[in-house]
Design a protein around this ligand. Structure first.
Ligand code: EPZ
Length: 421
């Protein structure tokens, strides 16, 4: 899929942020633990969600999705071997490990797919499952687990506050008849949203948002209706687009405190911004100061936004630096930015970004979801016409992005290859 993008004078207008991709993906899988009807609202219309729905249908869950509302009925759910291609389409498919261990005390599944920025091991997940009594047979492509003596409640300390491992181990613990304690867990807002959803289904959990989560036994889960939190990474994405190109841009349906690490960078850069609890307005800012950004687990600057803020830093008066401590190989956008005449380079795992006044349109490529969102911004900033290839990566995580950007005045269209040749 290709986007044709032309330089815009300025973006202006208002955008309502959609539901959180990363919260929705874990919550959709969590819903299959419940032998009742679960209604999920504010589910974003993105390909990752549709890929997950395919998997739910495969295991005989009845699913409907309309007007951003997903209704899931898992009362007829069946155990299936999950070594199927759909599993490889997204990273979040690995949540079926924890869910199937809870439901069936066994799972056969391909290793997950998702963005490729270096090794993305799942050892923290598997170490936790093993400690809970799972017998694991892992190969290069798949993982098979059984629990001959049933899953046992445990006290588990994660070696790193992994978002996915935190969620997976909660999924595996939720139906165990004794108390499980997870330490050194992730504290991201998506974890809090996921646990609050489980509580809406009757789960007995404490500590979400802190470093220790306690999961106590329950009689059974019941159906519920739950609204997913706004997407803080989509919010951050449009805030960065606004800081780079807006005359005036207002974002609504947001939770400002969830993007406070980005907002503090904006304040350091001198971005003209008006912050309310659930709405932010960005104004055109003539001079931006360079900054040093180091990513880390929440509440540090999120790795998911470093590829997107990179093009904005090309406007700063000096040299900025980005160090991604979560994924040191999350650098696919750097070579693509150079094709637009950007002054960027990598020295010892440090991205160095220098003022570049003369970005020129070109043919460039998305290599992953957030790198693609960053390249889309760079193409909007570049003079002349650009063609952005492999934009299906972007549509994995951003709903209506072309519609939203056109509303703000951007010149962006889907096109096919013969337009470029
Ligand atoms: C989640 O991925 C998000 N994906 C990612 O967003 C996000 O970048 C990441 O958290 C960090 O915030 C979803 O929620 C679907 P991790 P996840 O486990 O769970 C290492 C996006 O753009 N690690 O917190 O896979 C890992 O290599 C995506 O929306 C292990 O070593 O991230 C990384 O260095 C991209 N062993 C660090 O921990 C493990 O078993 C953080 O990974 C697990 C992780």
């Amino acid at each position: 899929m290709i986007y044709k993008i032309e330089n815009v004078p300025k973006l202006e207008g208002k955008i309502a942020i959609g539901g959180s991709k990363n919260a929705a993906l874990s919550i959709v899988v969590g819903a299959i633990l419940c032998k009742d009807i679960v209604i999920l609202k504010n589910i974003p219309d993105i390909t990752d969600i549709h890929d997950l729905i395919e998997i739910l249908n495969y295991i005989h869950c009845r699913v409907t999705y309309q007007n951003f509302t997903l209704t899931i009925d898992a009362r007829q759910i069946e155990y299936k071997d999950l070594r199927i291609q759909q599993i490889k389409k997204l990273r979040a498919s690995y949540y079926f490990m924890g869910a199937f261990l809870s439901l069936f005390e066994k799972v056969e599944i391909y290793k997950p797919g998702g963005c490729n920025f270096g090794k993305r091991p799942i050892d923290i997940h598997l170490n936790g499952f093993e400690k809970m009594g799972a017998i694991i047979n892992e190969t290069e492509n798949d993982v098979c687990m059984t629990c001959p003596n049933h899953l046992k409640s445990q006290q588990i300390t994660l070696s790193f506050p992994s978002v996915g491992a935190t969620i997976n181990l909660i999924l595996a613990s939720i139906l165990i008849k004794k108390t499980t304690v997870l330490r050194n867990v992730a504290t991201e807002p998506e974890i809090v949203d996921f646990v609050q959803f489980l509580k809406a289904m009757g789960a007995n959990i404490d500590g979400e948002g802190t470093k220790t989560i306690i999961i106590r036994k329950i009689k059974q889960l019941h159906g519920c209706s739950y609204t997913i939190m706004p997407d803080r990474i989509e919010c951050g994405t449009y805030l960065i687009y606004g800081a780079a190109l807006a005359k005036k841009l207002t974002l609504t349906n947001i939770i400002s405190r969830q993007v406070r690490s980005l907002l503090s960078i904006f304040i350091e850069m001198g971005v003209d911004i008006d912050i309310k609890q659930d709405q932010i307005t960005i104004y055109e800012t003539k001079h931006l100061k360079p900054v040093k950004i180091v990513t880390g687990p929440f509440p540090s600057f999120p790795t998911d936004l470093q590829q997107i803020i990179c093009p904005l830093l090309l406007k700063a008066d000096g040299q900025s630096m980005i160090i991604d401590t979560i994924y040191s190989k999350r650098i696919s956008h750097i070579e693509e930015l150079k094709k637009l005449n950007a002054n960027v380079k990598i020295v010892d795992n440090c991205m160095l970004i220098s003022k570049s006044n003369d970005l020129k349109g070109n043919i460039v490529t998305c290599n992953d979801l957030r790198g693609g969102a960053g390249m889309l911004l760079a193409c909007l900033m570049a003079k002349g016409k650009s063609y952005l290839m492999n934009t299906q990566w972007i549509e994995r995580g951003y709903q209506n992005i072309i519609h939203n950007l056109k509303l703000l005045g951007a010149s962006i269209e889907r096109c096919d290859e013969n337009e470029i040749l």
